[in-house]
Design a protein around this ligand. Structure first.
Ligand SMILES: NC(=O)c1ccc[n+]([C@@H]2O[C@H](COP(=O)([O-])OP(=O)(O)OC[C@H]3O[C@@H](n4cnc5c(N)ncnc54)[C@H](OP(=O)(O)O)[C@@H]3O)[C@@H](O)[C@H]2O)c1
Length: 285
C-alpha cells in the first residue's frame, strides 16, 4: 500500500514511462525523487549505493533502460550493462534498505511465434539482445530483491521517441509509408501503464504482471488509426516482412494476473490512443 509521504525513487525519470509515472504522482502526497543518467547512472554500483544510502527510498521504480532493438544488437555490452546490470544494482540497493523494487519489462522476452496472447506463465524465449538483456534484468530482480514487482508492457508510446512520433515525422516527407501488416501487438500509452503501476503499488501487489491496453491490432492498423486521428493524408501501405526492426511479430500480452487479482485493467488501445493524440495535437499545435 502506498502511504502518505512514502519516498519513491524513479530512475529514467525523463523517459516515456518514467515521466508519465512522475506526472501521475504530482497530485499525491508522496515524496518523489526523480533521477536520470546524469544524476545517477544505474550501471554504476557505487553511485546507486551512495544515492540509496543518502535518500533511503521506500520504493524504487526502475524506468531506465536501453530500448532500441537495432541499437541493442549493435551495442550488446551496453544493453546488458543497463538492462541487466542496472536492474541488478538497483535490486541490491533496494535489498540493503528494505525498499520495494519495481522493474519495467517487455514483451520482447518472448520470441513472437505464438498464436495466442502470452500470459505471465508463458515461458520466455527471447531472440534479440534487447529481449535477452531485459530477461536477465528480470532474473536479477527476482533473485535479489526480496520485495519486487515486474511489470511487462508492449508497444509503449508517451512523451518521447516512439512509433507514433516516428510515423508522424515520416509523414511530413513521405507520401506512402509501408508498415507491417503481420506484426501484432497491443499499443499501450505510457499513461495507462503508469496507472497500472500505481494501482499495483496501492494494492500491495508483488510478483510478475503483464500490463497492456485492451484489444490488439497490426502495426498497419495502428498506423492507419494514427494517421486518421492526426488528419493526415499520407497513405499507409501494408508491408510484408515478418519483423519490424527485429521486434517479435506476435507481441500480444495477456493481462492474466491483473484479471486474477481483480485489479482495474487499462482501457482499450483505441481509447488510449484517442486520448494521447488529442493531447499531443494540442501540445504540438
Ligand atoms: N518503449 C516501449 O515500447 C517499451 C515497451 C515495454 C517495456 N518498456 C520498458 O520500459 C522502460 C522505460 O521505457 P521508455 O519507453 O520509457 O524508454 P525511454 O523513453 O528510452 O527512457 C529510458 C530512460 O532511461 C534512461 N537511461 C538510459 N541509460 C541509463 C543509465 N545508465 N542510468 C540511468 N538512466 C538511464 C534514459 O536516459 P537517456 O535519454 O539519457 O538515455 C531515459 O531517460 C524500459 O525498461 C523498457 O525496456 C518499453
Amino acid at each position: 500500500m502506498l502511504l502518505q509521504h512514502e519516498r519513491i525513487w524513479i530512475t529514467g525519470a525523463q523517459g516515456q514511462v518514467g515521466s508519465a509515472f512522475a506526472r501521475m504522482l504530482d497530485t499525491t502526497e508522496l515524496d518523489v525523487l526523480l533521477t536520470d543518467r546524469d544524476e545517477v547512472d544505474i550501471t554504476n554500483m557505487d553511485e546507486v549505493r551512495a544515492y540509496v544510502e543518502m535518500n533511503r527510498p521506500d520504493v524504487i521504480i526502475n524506468c531506465a533502460g536501453i530500448c532500441g532493438i537495432a541499437f541493442c544488437e549493435e551495442n550488446s555490452d551496453l544493453a546488458y550493462k543497463v538492462n541487466a546490470i542496472g536492474a541488478r544494482n538497483l535490486s541490491v540497493a533496494a535489498r540493503s534498505v528494505h525498499a520495494e523494487m519495481v522493474q519495467i519489462s517487455t514483451d520482447d522476452i518472448f520470441d513472437g511465434r505464438a498464436e495466442e496472447p502470452y500470459n505471465e506463465f508463458s515461458v520466455p524465449t527471447p531472440v534479440s539482445v534487447y529481449g535477452k538483456s531485459k530477461l536477465a534484468g528480470e532474473e536479477f530482480v527476482k533473485t535479489i530483491a526480496p520485495r519486487y514487482l515486474i511489470i511487462r508492457s508492449s508497444w509503449v508510446y508517451g512523451n518521447g521517441d516512439n512509433f507514433v512520433t516516428r510515423l508522424l515525422k515520416s509523414a511530413e516527407t513521405q507520401k506512402v509509408i509501408r508498415v507491417q501488416e503481420n506484426q501484432m501487438g497491443s499499443p499501450t500509452s505510457a499513461k495507462e501503464l503508469a496507472k497500472v503501476i500505481y494501482r499495483l503499488l496501492e494494492k500491495d501487489a508483488y510478483g510478475l504482471y503483464h500490463a497492456v491496453c485492451g484489444g490488439m491490432c497490426s502495426r498497419y492498423e495502428f498506423a492507419r488509426r494514427i494517421m486518421e486521428l492526426a488528419g493526415k493524408n499520407t497513405e499507409i501501405a501494408a508491408g510484408d516482412e515478418d519483423m519490424e526492426n527485429g521486434r517479435p511479430s506476435y507481441a500480444v500480452l495477456d493481462n492474466l494476473m491483473l484479471r486474477l487479482d481483480g485489479i482495474e485493467l487499462p482501457v482499450s488501445w483505441e481509447t488510449a490512443l484517442d486520448e494521447y493524440m488529442k493531447n499531443a495535437l494540442k501540445e504540438w499545435g
